[in-house]
Design a protein around this ligand. Sequence first.
Ligand code: HEC
Length: 183
Amino acid sequence: MRIRCLGLIACITLFLPLTGMARSSAAEHGEYLATILGCGGCHTEGALLGEPSGEWLTGSRIGVAYTPDNTTQTPGIIFPSNLTPDKKTGIGRWSKRDIVRFLRTGMDHYGVQANTVMPWPNYALLSDKDVNALAEYLLSLDPVENQIPDSIEPGEPSTEAFVRIGVYLFIPEETPAAEGQQP
Ligand code: HEC
């Protein structure tokens, strides 16, 4: 009995650090992926203007225009969410499975389909190992309370700064881009 008991204790002492290591190495891999996939390029304050000023992945008050018209001053605007597990302002109520489903399908925790400014159609191709590591990493972050503005419908004036992604500034004639332009 004593020997069995000792065996069990030895097993637990050996096993616990191993599971701990496994968990943190998945999160570490997730951190690596979040860095190279550029999640912080949108989800960190200031990053959309090339000058990150806020805490990593706590969301952006600078929005992104999602309607295609390049000239209107009142496009639809969405804001990159706070990705820390804060219950009120972040993804603290999401399970790991919710995050995996979101990255695969763009369907959020509340059943709302995300806009493709959030490049989930690309992330849908992540392997199971990678998508799980990303989810584990996000849930391992320290929760930070940071309320991000609600999205703004097309036609409504914005009180928040926003950027447009993929706007032509100069189109030389005789290029495929010029051919695609409306007169
Ligand atoms: C080009 C900008 C951009 C990049 C890069 C980006 N996101 Fe997003 N993300 C957004 C926007 C904008 C939203 C809000 C979408 C909406 O409201 O429809 C969003 C929403 C989300 C949400 C939903 C959160 C919520 O509370 O609804 C998660 C989770 C998320 N992104 C994770 C990631 C991860 C992980 C990466 C990197 C692998 C990433 N995003 C890269 C722009 C981006």
